[in-house]
Design a protein around this ligand. Sequence first.
Ligand code: SRM
Ligand code: SF4
Length: 556
Amino acid sequence: MSEKISLSPIEKVKIDSHGLRGTIHQSLKDEVTGAIREDDQAVIKFHGMYQQDDRDVREERAEKKLDRLYSFMIRLRLPGGFLTSQQWIATHEIAEEHATGVIKITTRQTLQLHGIFKSKIKPTIQAFNRSKLDSIATCGDINRNVVCASHPKQSPLHEKVFAYADKISEMLMPKTRAYYEIWLDDEKILDKKEEEDPLYQDAYLPRKFKIAIAIPPNNDVDVFANDIGLIAIIENNELIGFNIAIGGGLSATHGNSDTYPRLATVIGFCASEEQTFKAIYETLTIQRDFGNRSDRKLARLKYTIDKYGIRWFKDELERRVGFKLETARNYEFTDRKDYYGWQQNHKGYWYYNVFVENGRILDDDKIKLKSALFEIAKTGKANFRFTCNQNLILSDILEKDKISIQKILERYKITAHTENATAIRKNSMACVALSTCPLALAEGQRYLPSLISKIEPLLNKHGLKEEDIIVRMTGCPNGCARPYLAEIGFVGTSPGRYNLHLGGDHQGKRLNKLYRESLDEQSILNELDKLFSDFKMGRNKAEGFGDFALRHQGGN
Ligand code: SRM
Ligand code: SF4
């Protein structure tokens, strides 16, 4: 008897959307509400936008019988996380004119603007388009922003590998012209054949899809957290191909034991660009054909792989690509952090890695980071790169220009801000959470800085000030700041309460474990105080906190 599958409602929305057009035109014209129609909320995700509302004022507005304060978040498509100085200037101006003014670097190396009212979406997209920037497919059930190792000084082949992020992104773009038609007023496509999409067809993927490229020895992209992780294999200064890892994904749902974080499994090696691209493309087609389309909680590639088995997946992939994957090559990751301050690459160009706390670029009482970056962009002497640790690298600076950039950094106290921040703060990141994220159960980026300020004295007390400990916080278990790969992970359960996870490593090769549930701030500090004391007394030589914590919990 054949299994009866009930499709999730989003599947129908996608199929009926006329190539991701939905009724967005009508939704935009409706002046009665700041929101768009429900089905369109799913469709605009494929155009890189989310409808949100300011949760800080929800209750107050409800009491006054006012509608929610709706606005939109727009996420750019920046494969490998790169902007020219001109594009930074444009982004700065667009943020000021159409959004809240804050520019947010995400954990996937791109930028988001929040608080864009419905009437401002089109001007925002059009302004980005004038700077050759778009937001296509940065959300939705489709391949997302492709991330790539950020540190150009690491390898003379960095630029070559970086170019792959762009090529992969292009290869996996949807064929529909809806984005151009709706937001950029391009002519309507009359012949549907023109936008037939052999990859995504009409139902797209069952769920979001993520790809990362790492260049060992640094795993700054957290390659194993992705549906596809490519690990560049470099021998004798030549890129000889990529190891392919599949089935990573971090999200879990509180109370749903069918959901879990999973690290990607390395299944083999592809020597040529052609083979690598075929393997990527066909991994998507397998997920398209076999992924779960009835339960969105179980629809990521990781669940498809665990349902059918890794052996089955590899056989199916080899059948579709028409060649055998080679045995995975040796590689070694030693860390995954950003290299703050000045660095120089093999060609002599300079890079300054700025510490951006939780990726938020704004001017506040402590530091005028946004103004400083605007001034640097106006010199035209630096490009802008974003890291998956939510930081920014001023890049490609000529030797003769280094001093003038340094002066601006000093005048705005950016160098002091970067160099004086404690190791734990520089190794921390948090997701957006409140007030814009509709899924947040607790605070994220608004709270972590103050918690770090309370953890720092504990580290000082135990003589652990210089210790590199990776700390990550999210406002819910979806894992947007990859807390399950942290040495200390905080996962929000309700306002002011977090599950405490311990035991990630410095290379991003190990998931941590749940240690204590739903702690309030004081309980978190008490637990950490004790753990730091035990770590100080009981650590093995050169043992990291995560390794110690796992041993301490009796794990391996
Ligand atoms: Fe995420 C949903 C923010 C990286 C797993 N994520 C969301 C939404 C869009 C909430 C929503 O669905 O309405 C959040 C918007 C908040 C806001 O107001 O901006 C959101 N995710 C973010 C960002 C901005 C966090 C940040 O502070 O940097 C990151 C944007 C990345 C990007 O540029 O594309 C972000 N999200 C991640 C990551 C980390 C990664 O990819 O390396 C994960 C875990 C890895 C993974 O995918 O498994 C992640 N986000 C999720 C999930 C769970 C997906 C799942 O498999 O179930 C959701 C919820 C969903 O999709 O239903 C989610
Ligand atoms: Fe929102 Fe949860 Fe992602 Fe944080 S982890 S941004 S709270 S979905």
